[in-house]
Design a protein around this ligand. Structure first.
Ligand code: MG
Length: 357
């Protein structure tokens, strides 16, 4: 099995500001497996919130590639990922590539392999990052194809941002404070006010570490509260049910599709709702999550729509819904205009590619 790893910078359409800071691009890591004429693709979006970087991700991938002898079943995948504990983005990318390969081998899209029906997919929200309120209103208008907007808050002028957006659209709104509200009484007042503005739910209102405050807030919140930064892996769910109504599951955060499925099952057992979310990822990583989308209540799978140079094709967005193309595996192909020839698997340019066999 030939494996290649490459770095890919994704450029953001608009500066992406959340309560923690601003980004204009992200550097993701792409994995490609080649075996018996079939390929498998995976993507890692390393997150510094969880002490990951492209470098730690590439090191973790190298450790797994060293131990990889060929296609894997679920048990072998689990053993492989266990070699790099805590390297969630690398685990997600490696598993994605192996499952993409498996789908192509079985000649099935992955959702079909798992017996899921894309007709059960909810519409996805589109994220509006923090900016000057009038600028956010312009971005909201640009997103008129979507049924739901997810608004990033957690600044001193949160209400002005919501008011500016509400002035231009009746779309359903969700709010993500990204741990930006530090005082629980103030958070409770914000939630009461947001409920009067047609906001459906609030994601990670307060810092993940403040579980006692989350429990207090849940007991009086009239809107559902969703744990994002507070939720990483399936074993963290037990401690979260008192503080949140639901969890935001991301492949890059929990270490891949199989861990995401396990998280969803566990959330259901605790009667918690499930959002399926993403990092800034190309159509590759977003497609991988979308194959699980029929299992989620809320979808926030818009990462590929935030970038100007998506290196993969596969998903289509129509009227707020994601659609698959019925290709096998993840259903994605490299976009030849964006992926330079030296980025493609047949290249021998070793300056750009780190090649393992
Ligand atoms: Mg979030």
């Amino acid at each position: 099995m030939l494996v290649m790893v490459l770095r890919k910078t994704l450029n953001l359409k608009h500066a992406f500001t959340i309560s923690r800071g601003t980004k204009t691009d992200v550097e993701n890591v792409i994995v490609n497996l080649e075996h018996n004429g079939l390929s498998g693709w995976g993507e890692a979006s390393a997150n510094d919130r969880y002490n990951e970087s492209p470098e730690t991700t590439i090191n973790a991938l190298a450790a797994m590639i060293d131990a990889l002898s060929g296609p894997c079943d679920d048990k072998q995948i689990k053993e492989l990922l266990a070699l790099v504990p805590g390297q969630y983005a690398a685990q997600a990318a490696m598993e994605m590539a192996l499952l993409d390969y498996r789908g192509k081998q079985l000649k099935l899209p992955l959702y079909q392999h798992w017996g899921l029906d894309p007709k059960d997919m909810a519409p996805t929200s589109m994220t509006i990052a923090m900016a000057e309120p009038q600028q956010m209103a312009i971005h909201a208008r640009e997103a008129s194809d979507f049924k739901i907007l997810k608004i990033k808050l957690g600044a001193s002028n949160d209400r002005a941002m919501i008011q500016a957006i509400r002035a231009v659209t009746d779309q359903k709104l969700r709010v993500d404070a990204n741990e930006g509200w530090l005082d629980r009484e103030a958070a409770a007042r914000e939630i009461d006010w947001l409920a009067t503005q047609g906001v459906e739910l609030v994601e990670q209102p307060m810092p993940a570490a403040q579980l006692e405050d989350a429990i207090w807030l849940k007991s009086r919140s009239i809107l559902p509260l969703i744990a994002d930064e507070a939720f990483t892996t399936p074993d963290s769910i037990n401690t979260l049910q008192d503080g949140y109504h639901g969890i935001n599951v991301k492949l890059q955060k929990c270490g891949g599709i199989l861990a995401a499925r396990q998280s969803i099952e566990q959330a259901r057992a605790q009667k918690m709702s499930v959002m399926l979310g993403c990092m800034v990822e190309s159509s590759l990583g977003i497609s991988a999550a979308a194959h699980l989308a029929p299992l989620a209540d809320y979808l926030d799978l818009d990462g590929h729509l935030l970038v100007t140079n998506d290196p993969f094709d596969g998903l289509e967005m129509r009227e707020g819904y994601l659609h698959f193309n019925n290709k096998f595996g993840l259903g994605v192909t490299p976009n030849q205009e964006i992926m330079r020839p030296e980025d493609c698997p047949t290249s021998k340019d070793e300056d750009m590619l780190e090649e393992f066999s």
